[in-house]
Design a protein around this ligand. Structure first.
Ligand SMILES: Cc1ncc(COP(=O)(O)O)c(C=O)c1O
Length: 416
């Protein structure tokens, strides 16, 4: 089927929830995606942070092949070999004690919110004074289900579905005084993305993260770190919170964990885990044999190939090159991020839209988030030559569009 016929069929048959770009990808290899005309695109977005080992990675192919010939599903009524093996790896790399498996980011975040409420019930049963309120951050994005969307800051994601889960208050980003003013015994959890993704690649400050940790310690509220975009090596450490030396009570993972097979996970401390007892929460598919087998292959490959060191090295080079670019182009307002989670903030939404589109015409995939930010979430197997190529193309595009800098804002593309 050709792109035009797929577009026509989708426009009639699918709910129109996505503004797709007019490209049809049929295969991928390494850091490249191939379209139906055989053109290769350098992928600096990896399916919004999912295809971390790139495409057609032999370890992922082998895990899928092996597991698909043995067992795909048993339900959570029974045991299989994968869950404990994967949980062992996740607890070792995270510093947390227990794992709950699910199928997506928003599901992992829902589990975290429910755990926080259930934890507060447990504390109240022990005569502790703690309420049901959540504090979330300005610019936050935690997903699209009702609880996740309630803790997501942008009005446009919440308003059409009102009333969403009540009891969420938003704190100004990195504003410690505002956090302290809004925190009380009414709060059961503080929700933080250590580096906000959809919100424009914004790292929380050490001061803010530490203040949140201290406030939670004082009342027994849980510190929830959403690492769905920043976690599993993306920033050069297994979890972005490890850059801060802060251990949250709960963290969530999804996107890259099973190399493109849907999977989510919520990890928490032994104490927080006590809040869930059998039957309180669950899912049919979560932690299935296929997703577990692939996730084990992803983590083992990352460890075997020392990919964290590679991410730091290539990510450092990428960030330096972006900073160098910023010295030549006035339209670049800021360079942010860590490892291979990077963003360029431009002075105009229209320019950001243009640059992303022109990168695509030059067969380099990036995207725009938070109106003015160009986002880079490349596969971890990115090499120096790819960075140099992308920087040269970006430089040419900025030069060619110098006249557009400062133009009026454009609307934002729908994102994940
Ligand atoms: C930080 C964060 N949390 C949650 C989500 C939601 O994940 P999913 O789209 O898998 O439900 C995302 C997705 O972009 C995210 O970046």
């Amino acid at each position: 089927m050709k792109l035009a016929s797929i577009q026509a069929a989708e426009s009639k048959l699918l709910l129109q929830t996505y503004e797709r770009n007019p490209y049809l990808f049929v295969s991928g290899h390494g850091v490249y995606l191939r379209d139906d005309d055989g053109n290769d695109y350098l992928d600096l977005l990896s399916g919004i942070g999912v295809s971390a080992l790139g495409y057609a990675h032999p370890a992922i192919e082998e895990a899928i092949r092996y597991q698909s010939t043995r067992l795909l599903h048993t339900s959570n009524l029974y045991y299989h070999e994968g869950t404990a093996n994967l949980a062992l790896r996740l607890t070792e790399i995270s510093g947390l004690d227990r794992v709950y498996f699910c199928n997506s980011g928003t599901e992992a975040w829902e589990a975290a919110l429910k755990l926080a409420r259930a934890h507060a019930v447990r504390l109240r049963a022990n005569d502790k004074q703690i309420g049901t309120k959540f504090l979330a951050l300005e610019h936050s994005f935690h997903g699209r289900s009702m609880g996740s969307v309630a803790t997501t800051h942008k009005e446009k994601y919440r308003a059409p579905f009102a009333p969403v889960m009540p009891g969420v208050e938003f704190v100004h980003f990195n504003d410690v005084e505002d956090l302290k003013a809004k925190f009380s015994n009414e709060v059961c959890a503080i929700c933080i993305e250590p580096i906000q993704g959809e919100g424009g690649i914004r790292p929380v400050s050490k001061e803010f993260f530490s203040a949140a940790r201290e406030l939670c310690n004082a009342t027994g509220a849980l510190l929830l770190a959403d690492e769905i975009q920043s976690g599993l090596g993306r920033t050069g450490k297994w979890f972005a919170y490890q850059h801060y030396g802060i251990l949250p009570d709960v963290t969530t993972l999804a996107k890259p964990i099973a190399g493109g097979i849907p999977m989510g996970a919520m990890l928490c401390t032994e104490d927080a885990a006590l809040a869930f007892t059998p039957g309180m929460h669950g899912t049919t598919f979560g932690g299935g044999p296929l997703a577990c087998a692939v996730a084990i292959a992803v983590i083992d490959t990352m460890q075997r190939e020392d990919q964290l060191a590679h991410i730091c090295e290539v990510g450092g080079l990428f960030q330096n090159e972006l900073r160098r670019l910023a010295t030549h182009h006035d339209c670049i307002v800021d360079i942010r991020g860590m490892g291979l989670m990077l963003g360029i903030e431009l002075n105009s939404a229209q320019l950001a839209q243009l640059v992303a589109a022109q990168m695509m015409e030059r067969r380099i995939i990036i995207n725009r988030t938070s109106d003015t930010v160009l986002r880079f979430l490349p596969p971890y197997i990115l090499e120096r030559e790819h960075v140099e190529f992308a920087i040269n193309v970006l430089d040419e595009i900025f030069k060619a569009n110098a006249a557009y800098a400062g133009a009026s804002p454009a609307g934002e593309q729908t994102h994940g």
